[in-house]
Design a protein around this ligand. Structure first.
Ligand code: FRU
Length: 479
């Protein structure tokens, strides 16, 4: 087909729909596309938005620039499913059409209002000026019949409170003790990340409460240079916060991606404007993950979906006019004060029966090189494009390695049971995505007598669950 170029801030109109249909038909034939992960029909996908179980369906919206694999005018694309397995495209999407959102409908979440039965979608109306942004938060209302209309009183919040810069975004609305609250990410005039809190009695009229401090080990922690996509959820009787941060420098094995998403367990103390954290870590230890949004599933169980990508990546699928996908929906649990994530059982049925893997471990002393470096690869496994691999072994204090691909083009996963580390190395892949942020990721796990690893491979999208979700690593692999 003949590809057209569009201005960065183009919205979908009746005139460009036929072109987008043609583009989507073309993209559907392209390589690297997943089958079990939600991906865009064409163009670029980023953050998950508006996640909810509503009127018998899971609704998933996502940030979408439809016209090509780049960041531009963001729409909210919309798909729904009864079971996380079969997804249906919905034409009720958010298209930036109003003067207050002239540069896009940015991220936000969904809140089902038990009082009127409607589902309120909150988003940032991106409004740029010659000197920066004017922060505007907006609402749209989805009815039980499925229609969506933007609230006529938009924006529901206009402008920035004192001391906060124009970059305030990504509303996350929830209820606590009969009051509605909205978290927002932002940055102070001092260039440091801030977590803002607003409150409301009716979900539409919001007032500013101030900034929430994150307290860890008795001290206030820094939030990089900018907070994005905050999310709050109750998990097993505790409060869990997700924060996506810009500007965290690498620290040991952590924070090696362009941007970082943290998960924290603790207590959200609204009267004192504090989140008292007892545990904090990267939400995902892989290469390609950002902007996770928590939500409650059908049975009220806490879950999360993330963007299977991060920042400004250029990826092999760009030449086919699409980019990125969402992660699998993951269930959340707390065990021994740590957050666990496991893929939703309905979402992994598509991967079929898992294959088991066995190998001969080596001891640290037998390993030809230090265990902090990868051991030599092989024997190689060449999995089917959509498959699941289960790998289990006893804790023998030895080094276990898995090599996927062939001798000239492969990745490895190394588990060192004596120092309890996982090393994922994709430096031997020929089509290497974003080498600027390194080719190895490492993380540790807690003491265990037995190791269980589940690897979900969906074409170029790989998710690795260590120890029933104590650690999850997501990354793109182009073999
Ligand atoms: C995070 C983010 C959000 C913003 C959206 C724009 O990836 O930058 O802060 O709302 O993407 O697409």
């Amino acid at each position: 087909m003949k590809f057209r170029s569009f201005d960065k801030y183009t919205s979908i109109t009746k005139e460009n729909v036929p072109y987008l249909r043609q583009l989507a038909a073309d993209v559907s034939q392209s390589p690297y596309r997943p089958k079990a992960h939600i991906c865009p029909p064409c163009g670029l996908l980023n953050d998950p938005n508006g996640l909810c179980w509503y009127e018998g369906y899971y609704h998933v919206f996502y940030q979408w620039y439809p016209f090509g694999p780049s960041h531009g005018m963001k729409h909210w694309a919309h798909v729904k499913s009864r079971d996380f397995a079969d997804w249906e495209w919905c034409d009720q999407i958010l298209i930036p059409s109003e003067p207050y959102e002239k540069n896009g409908c940015y991220s936000g979440n969904a809140f089902v209002n038990p009082k009127d039965g409607n589902c309120y979608l909150y988003y940032t109306a991106n409004y740029k000026t010659g000197t920066g942004r004017v922060p505007k938060q907006a609402a749209a209302i989805m009815t039980p019949q499925g229609s969506i209309r933007k609230y006529e009183g938009n924006p529901v919040i206009d402008g920035a409170p004192e001391g906060i810069s124009g970059d305030i975004r990504d509303p996350f609305v929830f209820e606590q003790d009969g009051c509605y609250y909205m978290l927002l990410g932002g940055s102070g005039l001092d260039g440091k990340g801030r977590l803002l809190l607003y409150s409301s009695q009716d979900l539409l009229d919001w007032s500013y409460n101030g900034c929430i401090r994150i307290i860890l080990d008795g001290k206030e922690t820094g939030l990089g240079t900018m907070v994005e996509c905050p999310g709050y959820i109750r998990v097993d009787g505790q409060d869990v916060l997700f924060l996506s941060l810009i500007g965290l420098a690498p620290k040991g094995d952590r924070y090696h991606n362009q941007f970082t998403s943290l998960a924290l367990i603790g207590e959200l103390d609204i009267p004192n404007m504090e989140f008292k954290a007892c545990w904090e870590d990267e939400a995902d230890c892989g290469f390609d993950f950002y902007a996770p949004q928590p939500f409650y599933g059908k049975d009220g169980s806490p879950m999360v979906l993330g963007w299977f990508g991060c920042g400004e990546q250029h990826l092999p699928e760009d030449s086919y006019h699409w980019r990125h996908a969402l992660t699998l929906p993951r269930k959340l649990h707390i065990r021994e004060e740590r957050l666990y994530m496991t893929p939703a059982p309905e979402a992994i049925r598509a991967f079929g029966a898992p294959a088991s893997h066995s190998e001969t471990p080596v001891s640290r002393t037998e390993a030809p090189i230090s265990s902090t470096e990868p051991v030599p690869p092989g024997p190689f496994i060449q999995p089917a494009p959509l498959s699941c691999l289960q790998w289990s072994f006893e804790n023998d204090k030895r080094i276990h390695t898995l090599s996927i691909g062939g001798p000239m083009d492969y990745w490895t996963l190394t588990i060192d049971m004596s120092d309890r580390t996982v090393t994922w190395d994709r430096s031997n892949i020929k089509l290497l995505p974003v080498p600027a942020y390194g080719t190895v990721r490492r993380c540790s796990f807690t003491q265990c007598s037995h190791m269980d690893i589940d690897i979900f491979m969906d074409n170029s999208f790989v998710e690795i669950y260590i120890q029933n979700g104590e650690r999850v690593l997501s990354g793109r692999i182009y073999l």
